[in-house]
Design a protein around this ligand. Sequence first.
Ligand code: NAD
Length: 471
Amino acid sequence: MRTIDTIYINGRFLQPHGKEEAPLFNPATEEQIGTVRLGNEQDVDDAVRAAKAAFASLSKSSKAERIAMLQSLHEAVAARVSDLTDAMREEYGAPAPFIGFSVPHAATSFLQMAKTLETYEFRRRIGHAEIEMRPAGVAAAITPWNSNYGFICNKLATAIAAGTTMVIKPSEMSAIQTQLLTECLHAAGLPNGIFNIVNGYGHVVGAALSAHRDIAKISFTGSTATGQAILQAASATLKRVTLELGGKSPNIILDDADLDVVIPQVLGAGFANSGQACIAGTRILAPESRLAEIHDKLGKAVAALKVGDAIDPTVSIGPMVSRKQWERVQSYIRLGQEEGARLIVGGEGRPEGLDRGWFARPTVFSGVSNDMRIAREEIFGPVLCVIPYRDDAHALEIANDTVYGLQAYIFSADIDRAKRMADRIDAGRVVINGAPHEPAAPFGGFKQSGIGREFGVYGLESFLEPRAVLS
Ligand code: NAD
């Protein structure tokens, strides 16, 4: 049992003023593995004060100084990849392929931002105006549990590159991972107050940050409902707000696709991070002409997937993060059947042979129409819908008929045809034939998937205010 009873303010690990505690679990065993003591509004005030004091010098620092800080942070996180991996597996249960991407990605996000910074021009000229890109002011980051390290590191890297200090409120469910990551960030030896980390509930610490008069900018990743609450709270002080929210991404198989190649990739996108991914391709759009073949191949491929404790490297689907999340997934599997969809594979309950742990059965529904709730709402678990379409125009109509617009996937033997379709999809990213992540390209959503973009220059500028001096 671990006891996490400190938060991190002004370069020191301190006991929070808050007295409330929350339990921490291993989702693969349902055993309690620790407790975290949570911060309160007073802790937020202390953290913001420290960040505000440090802002005075960081905002005036040179590019070279910021790049050196980013390099130190990279080295400090990279030095403990193995410990970070173990903690993520134990507290979150992510399977090996996701952890294998996520932990190194978190460490390299500092180097990626250093690279962006090297060529970024903070001062430019437009006509007779001198333009300066100035740090917007002290920032807050509020992050979810489904990739704790990645979100914290990327937001912190971007803030530092912009010359902005930060107060970070991670998910209260990820406190063991946060503790370890904080130890790494502390070891980088940055000046005090540049980053401050306060564990706490969203409605306490998150809400206090969203309304705080000395916070100028909020970078949030999480659910659309929480994003709306933050936007509302932030409006009183007109904070700059970046929101990275939910999705219901179309996963489009064109009729010329080689299904033996494509089906594993379609499932990789759909079941990414055990289905607990904002970018999961949960709506499989299948051509009517090949529907039977696609159903058959999906059924066989899903039945062969291994679900279990991520300690086993051959597992591709781990547990849901909490009992609540497991129950939510079960309720959607029930709902799909009530709505008239048919199960190709999966269903309610735990997978065979697993009698404990918050494991859900990887489930694929057929006979889904795009107006069913299982096709419209984000489930955040390993539950996919197959929606048939007549032709490319019909596929596009279904793909765009959603309140979300985070990511889309297209699979085709004809890259030009796939690109023509990509041009007509309303989503922040379109991935053709399983193309790899591009860390400097913008990431973020259309419509209710968010506001603003992260990564590269687009992310950097979301922490900056343009200013013109005319002479
Ligand atoms: P969540 O919205 O419940 O919580 C996210 C964070 O917000 C947590 O730290 C939480 O404590 C805090 N929070 C909760 N209520 C708050 C409030 N009233 N004010 C301020 N902060 C508050 O989301 P979650 O369940 O942790 O994560 C899953 C969601 O995140 C999914 O909807 C998923 O799609 C989304 N997500 C989006 C992206 C993206 O980049 N677009 C990435 C990952 C996850």
